[in-house]
Design a protein around this ligand. Structure first.
Ligand SMILES: [Zn+2]
Length: 241
């Protein structure tokens, strides 16, 4: 009884300071997230232990960046207000590899960038909505992109996909349904789907890479809800150096 009273007091006190919206979130914010790839709560999370060193870096020689603005959870005016991926700083026309084997579920080699006015129209629509609708995100902002389904082969806890976007080109003949192996070249990095792509210049090339984990409760992205100070090191554990 005394413990319960102390707990309620504690929740009220911390609630006033940190303003968590529920007791559950309060408990989750106190969880040790060292080594987790995402953490929603004590039931829905993914620890690195079964995935460590499973992937190759998508742009060989370009590691996980230090800048938090290039990592998941960074604030963005598009998407749902935050970044769900990692921006690897590969230059224009640099080979991009499948981080793991799987089946191609998206390959849009012939997509053309829209002109800058149309691009800005879609960005303005998104800011009016305070989120980026899936159609604008997938068909405009990702540019030329590859999505690979890894099934349950990376982890048996979640179906996993990886996304490679802003590509300058996609490997010749690579189409939906094809099988790729870990390390296969799937395309070359670029700036399609960015404002520079819409302006037809060569600036701003990088690989925007995402990794999502699906189960019956929903979809989670790598790094989701992982604190800034351990975010880079947790994501790095995925890759063979
Ligand atoms: Zn990005």
């Amino acid at each position: 009884m005394k413990n319960k009273y102390l707990y309620i007091l504690n929740v009220l006190f911390l609630g006033a300071c940190a303003a968590p919206s529920s007791n559950l979130e309060l408990l989750d914010s106190q969880a040790d997230k060292t080594g987790y790839l995402f953490y929603k709560n004590s039931d829905i999370n993914l620890h690195i232990s079964e995935l460590k060193d499973k992937l190759v870096f998508p742009a060989k020689g370009y590691g996980v960046p230090d800048n938090l603005n290039l990592l998941p959870n960074a604030k963005r005016a598009y998407r749902s207000g935050y970044h769900m991926g990692v921006d690897f700083s590969s230059p224009m026309n640099y080979p991009i590899r499948a981080v793991y084997g799987g089946i191609i579920v998206r390959s849009n080699a012939h997509q053309q960038d829209v002109d800058i006015n149309t691009y800005n129209y879609f960005l303005n629509l998104s800011s009016l909505l305070d989120r980026t609708p899936d159609d604008i995100y997938n068909f405009i902002l990702l540019g030329k992109s590859i999505i690979i389904d890894h099934g349950y082969n990376i982890t048996d806890k979640y179906r996993t996909i990886t996304v490679y976007s802003h590509l300058d080109s996609i490997s010749e003949g690579l189409v939906v349904g094809d099988l790729v192996k870990k390390g296969d070249i799937i395309g070359m990095s670029g700036n399609t789907g960015t404002s520079s792509g819409a302006l037809q210049n060569y600036k701003g090339a990088h690989l925007h890479w995402e990794m999502f984990f699906d189960d019956s409760s929903g979809r989670y992205f790598v790094g989701q809800n992982i604190p800034d100070d351990i975010l880079k090191q947790n994501i790095e554990l995925l890759f063979i150096n």
